[in-house]
Design a binder for this molecule. Structure first.
Ligand SMILES: [Fe+2]
Length: 454
């Protein structure tokens, strides 16, 4: 069981009690689980003793996974590596001990680190690719020192944000509100004819409960609370551009990294990067939809620990669905992608006869090249196999996405536990049994409910 060298890091991150210096290159670390039984540890230690291996460090704690077991963490000198394979084999096969090997370098099939708890998303805050205040020379706000200072305020706020805190409320300036007002007014005229059913369905609720008005920029905190009541999705402010891997990992926890600043007032209908108009008008309405939320989370779950080339494919799928997706509603095509729903120009263009429209086919879509600074030449349409008014209900690519996701190589299965907000790695019989029991209890509920509505 459980020889996943790459997981080393997340076990390390999660437990916190392992000192950093145990990761020195001359060390090998192991974690193993033992049943609470007199002499169990002594038996294991004897195996090391027989091979004349000196343990340099040992500590223990009750296992979080199995209540009647203890976890032991040990360090040994790297020079003992040749003997280790035999020892691990003995422990696993003859003694039935679960062993996690932490720090032997096995680059080839190492699993990249991923967050195991929702709190660990805090780590992304200081690994952003570019800080929100650094603007390119062709950015409309590049020569505006006031705008740049403002961007830094937003970036600093997001940088210091930690999970569980309320998202700081922002007092937007009159100019910022004016910019929002222009974008809001113009886009709202297009939604009834261009936006998908789900978007139009949720929008009035956002106006009613979250302050979506022409003269008011909604607060992320209010919107995040609203989304949590709809689908459990929440927003967290982000200080700059995240890597695809980090961004997608957030979705696994139903966390959407959102900007809070607004585009430059000189060009209200243009922004070279996501801003609060894009997040609030484009993304938020769809995250309130149960099926769409599920789809988004599954992209995130599929990304955890995936090899780099699959992260790129998942990011491309995300691009052509969540950002620039079109869907069929009866005989017409509507937009559900946030990049479209937040762009007055592209929302009209995508439904004109100018771009190329293709059917969504994940294997193909995942390798499609795309430009990031101009209108898309190609869009993918999600088919609705049920001739109903919506693309997400029942059918939204979930089945084909799961098939696609199952092709991603990962040496273990994972599952999100919404109660603890943790990712469970399903790598031992006990966990699978727990899962089977919880499914069985849900099945009981389902059967009883079915009987009652017969
Ligand atoms: Fe976006």
């Amino acid at each position: 069981q459980g020889l996943y060298p790459g997981i080393s890091l997340f076990i390390f991150q999660e437990t916190m009690y392992i000192e950093e210096n145990t990761y020195k290159n001359d060390m090998i670390s192991l974690i193993f689980l033992l049943k609470e039984k007199v002499g169990a540890l002594a038996k294991v230690l004897r195996i090391f003793e027989e091979k004349s291996i000196n343990l340099t460090h040992i500590e223990s704690r009750p296992s979080r996974v199995n209540k009647d077991e203890y976890e032991f963490f040990i360090n040994l000198d790297r020079r003992n590596t040749p003997l280790l394979t035999d020892i691990i084999k003995t422990l696993r096969n003859e003694m039935g001990v679960t062993v996690h090997e932490l720090s032997r370098k096995k680059k080839k099939d190492a699993v990249p680190w991923f967050p195991r708890t929702i709190q660990e998303l805090d780590r992304f805050a200081n690994q952003i690719l570019s800080y929100g205040a650094e603007l390119d020379a062709d950015h409309p706000g590049f020569k505006d020192p006031v705008y740049r200072a403002r961007r830094k305020e937003f970036a600093d706020m997001a940088y210091n944000y930690r999970h569980g805190q309320p998202i700081p409320k922002v007092t937007y300036t009159e100019e910022e509100k004016k910019t929002w007002g222009t974008v809001f007014r113009e886009l709202k005229t297009l939604y009834p004819t261009h936006a998908c059913y789900e978007h139009n369905h949720v929008f009035p609720l956002l106006e009613k409960y979250c302050g979506y008005q022409e003269d008011n920029i909604p607060q992320l905190e209010d919107v995040s609370k609203f989304l949590q009541t709809c689908t459990g999705f929440r927003l967290r402010p982000v200080a700059g551009l995240l890597s695809s891997r980090d961004f997608l990992a957030g979705l696994a926890f139903r966390v959407f990294h959102s900007t809070q600043y607004i585009r430059h007032g000189s060009k209200p209908m243009y922004t070279p990067e996501p801003d609060v108009c894009h997040e609030l008008l484009g993304h938020v309405p769809l995250f309130a939809d149960i099926s769409f939320a599920q789809f988004s989370q599954e992209i995130g779950l599929a990304s955890l620990g995936a090899p780099d080339e699959y992260i790129e494919k998942l990011a491309t799928v995300y691009w052509f669905t969540v950002e620039f997706g079109l869907c069929k509603e009866g005989d017409t095509i509507k937009a559900y992608g946030a990049g479209l729903l937040s762009s007055f120009g592209e929302l009209q263009y995508c439904l004109s006869d100018k771009p190329e429209i293709q059917s969504l086919n994940l294997e193909k879509t995942a390798v499609q090249k795309y430009p990031v600074t101009e209108f898309q030449p190609v869009y993918y349409v999600a088919e609705s196999y049920l001739k109903r008014n919506s693309c997400f209900h029942k059918s939204f690519c979930l089945f084909s996405f799961r098939r696609f996701a199952s092709s991603i190589p990962r040496p273990f299965s994972i599952r999100y536990d919404p109660y603890t907000q943790r990712i469970e790695v399903l790598d031992n019989a006990k966990q699978l049994k727990n899962l089977a029991e919880s499914i069985s209890s849900e099945m009981g509920t389902l059967c009883s409910a079915l009987k009652k509505i017969e």
